[in-house]
Design a protein around this ligand. Sequence first.
Ligand code: TPP
Ligand code: SF4
Ligand code: MG
Length: 351
Amino acid sequence: MATTPTGTPPPKAPKVNRIGLQVVDYRGGKTTLCAGCGHNAISERIIDAMYEMGVKPEQVAKFSGIGCSSKSPAYFMNRSHSFNSVHGRMPSVATGAILANKNLIALGVTGDGDTVSIGAGQFVHLMRRNLPIIYVIEDNGCYGLTKGQFSATADLGSTLKTGIVNDLPPVDTCMLAIQLGATMVGRSFSGDKKQLHAMLKAAIAHKGTVMLDVVSPCVTFNDHEGSTKSYKYVLDHEEPLHEVDFVPSFENISVEYDPGTAFEVTMHDGSHLRLRKLEEDYNPTDKIQAMTRLMEAHAKGEVLTGVFYINANAPTFIDMLNVTDQPLATLPQSVTRPSREALEQCMEELR
Ligand SMILES: Cc1ncc(C[n+]2csc(CCOP(=O)(O)OP(=O)(O)O)c2C)c(N)n1
Ligand code: SF4
Ligand SMILES: [Mg+2]
């Protein structure tokens, strides 16, 4: 081993990613969420995925609404842009920001209450547009921040800590997103480190709207017997559709699979998403199969996880609007502002 003149080994060079950053460059403030909250594990996976994909933190714009989940962008990537918006209104804020600067990588992190209770209208319209955004729901089936009331993703028959039974059926955010037009839709679990990590990396490579519903137990208000969003329930009932492997375009790894055992998706940047089949001939490009399988999972009380649907080639909202190559936010006034003569001519035409 090489040594310094004093005989001690030289300090090890810190590990860096392909753009020369250390994992600490992707960290944020110290979490104020409860110890053991699933949301903290999701923040860790986001940090790892962004680091491994070599994403420039300054290129990322984080968006959230209101809730414990919506606080979590403060706990990762503090060099990125961030907008903590109003309850249920993150989609419109994110849409405006991305239209203004299409070079940003948009990451929305929100809750089940934020998304499908107060924010259902905004969520629905975001999913229809294929705006390039990664939309992560940290789904604990309750309003954690306001002390654990049922949210609209709580399962029929599940109970609150007080014993109150939920007598309304849940909204399945994945079924909703698939039906509405999101182009990468999946469900994972905050406790499934490997699967969530691979799905987040694929989400970063995807061009279009990614909607990931991540079951994320609330240890303080919704982790008891009778809850279907508790660690125990999810561990006992998780049914992964496939093993998710993601090979980014900058890693030249070729993995051989027996014919018919894996479904491979080539992403627009040349990355590969490989879904190693664990059951039936599941085809994640078939919306009808996705909806059927999700309905079956509900009937059986399964927590189905994996990439349910993907279309790697659909035009995004930005493509459809045919905006200028240079982001609108960076265009000078001389380009965005019509001249006095042009305005006068316009007024003349209206007379
Ligand atoms: C307009 C408005 N209505 C209600 C509230 C109260 N409120 C704050 S957070 C929240 C629900 C949060 O639930 P969720 O999005 O699931 O986040 P979690 O805390 O469970 O992570 C509610 C109803 C609010 N802040 N603003
Ligand atoms: S109340 Fe629940 S959702 Fe909020 S930080 Fe605590 S464990 Fe997480
Ligand atoms: Mg919640």
